[in-house]
Design a protein around this ligand. Structure first.
Ligand code: GLU
Length: 419
């Protein structure tokens, strides 16, 4: 049976979420054990010649959780505090995310322990290429398809695609998603996660009979995902009252201007001293009064320590795993609805799937087609999750997990056990 361990890491959070639904779904012990384990974990060392001539060895990983529903899929994260446990949680979450929204992939995640902000462009390129080379035996168009995640971007995907293609002997665009459009990327991929979050917020607003106009929104993490949400929600008449970067945030209850925020961040590398706004920490930002709180930075931000201080009417998980299970329970008791990560931020992997389909077919779609298909999938997924949560009188996370785990279990069962 699952061990009773104190929740200390993202991995424990992921296991607890699985164990909770396993109980509700009355999963057999066999299947439960399979899902708690990984199909493959690869640890690699990545030696790099630094610009000053010295040699530095970085550590990297690729974690493949489950491929019952299709090839592994998931991003690559560069972070100084990255751990294998984080990647295990994130890989498992990719299995659920792909399953929930019905894209035919399993779950994986990779990453390198590094502070990419202190590396030169050349060092970053060498690091990326050597990492790609190191994980080459286990990735492939029909095997495992990496994508961007925290601190990785389309340039890094271009280097990955090029390294794989050079070694493969021919151009292989479908090996990664989130590439630049001129080498096989999909239109709409860059904004897909943020756009998907916005579609999901729109569905939640509709089901709660709230109105977009004047809605006060707090966004933790105004990077690629958070700032797209801020831009789109501002255009729809919401008031973005607080935003942050890893260095801290700014707050103005009357609203902040999205374009001014972007310009200021580009010039200063932080929001510190942004005019007409109060400086706040990332922790106090979470506790501001607002209608919608979007934690779009890192995991484990809302915990049992601050869950009872949250003053949002709705929380939308832009990041992966920003709420611990204990905090989730407190929010449930306080009747603050949470749109779970595997639904809210699935836009990224959905458009990654579209990109992969376009690469494989060598036939590319216009942005309108991409966004319309994304909207369809997210509307349908929201409806399924919402209906099941009503039916089972449970929260959206549990409903989403039940739907996701069920499809993976069905695939495992129909495929059977090899040999
Ligand atoms: N890193 C993103 C996520 O966590 C996207 C993954 C992908 O596109 O494969 O969902």
């Amino acid at each position: 049976m699952p061990e009773k361990t104190k929740i200390t890491s993202a991995w424990q959070t992921a296991l607890t979420q699985l164990d909770n639904v396993a109980k509700i779904m009355m999963l057999t012990e066999d299947v439960h054990q399979l899902l708690r384990n990984f199909e493959r974990i690869l640890t690699v060392s990545i030696p790099i010649r630094m610009d000053n001539g010295s040699l530095r060895v970085f550590n990297g990983f690729r974690v493949q959780h489950n491929s019952a529903r299709g090839p592994y899929k998931g991003g690559v994260r560069y972070h100084p505090e990255l751990t294998l446990d984080d990647l295990k949680a994130l890989a498992m979450e990719m299995t659920w995310k792909c399953s929930l929204v019905g894209v035919p992939f399993g779950g994986a995640k990779g990453g390198i322990i590094c502070n990419s902000k202190t590396l030169s462009k050349g060092e970053l390129e060498r690091l990326t290429r050597r990492y790609t080379y190191a994980i080459m035996p286990i990735i492939g168009i029909g095997k495992d398809i990496p994508a961007p995640d925290v601190n990785t971007n389309e340039q890094i995907m271009a280097w990955m695609m090029d390294t794989y293609s050079m070694n493969n002997g021919y151009c292989t665009p479908g090996i990664v998603t989130g590439k630049p459009v001129n080498i096989g990327g999909s239109l709409g991929r860059t904004d897909a996660t943020g756009l998907g979050i916005t579609f999901t917020i729109a569905n939640a607003i509709k089901s709660k009979k709230m109105n977009f106009k004047g809605l006060k929104v707090v966004i933790q993490g105004y990077g690629n995902v958070g700032s797209t949400v801020g831009k789109l929600l501002s255009e729809m008449g919401c008031k973005i009252v607080a935003v942050s970067s890893s260095k801290g945030g700014v707050y103005n209850p009357k609203g902040l201007n999205h374009n001014a925020l972007m310009k200021y961040y580009k010039e200063h590398g932080s929001f510190e001293n942004f005019p007409n706004a109060e400086s706040i920490t990332n922790a106090s930002l979470l506790e501001l009064p607002c209608d919608v709180l979007v934690p779009a930075a890192m995991g484990n931000q809302v915990t049992k320590e601050n869950a009872d201080k949250i003053r949002a009417r709705l929380i939308v998980e832009g990041a992966n795993g920003p709420i611990t299970p204990e905090a989730d329970q407190i929010l449930k008791e306080r009747k603050i609805p949470v749109i779970p990560d595997i639904l809210a931020n699935a836009g990224g992997v959905i458009v990654s799937y579209f990109e992969w389909v376009q690469d494989v077919q060598c036939y590319f779609w216009c942005e309108h087609e991409v966004n319309a298909k994304l909207n369809n999938i997210l509307d349908r997924s929201y409806e399924e999750v919402f209906q099941l949560s009503q039916e089972k009188k449970t929260n959206l996370r549990t409903a989403a997990m039940i739907l996701a785990v069920k499809k993976v279990v069905d695939a495992i069962q129909v495929r059977g056990l090899y040999p």
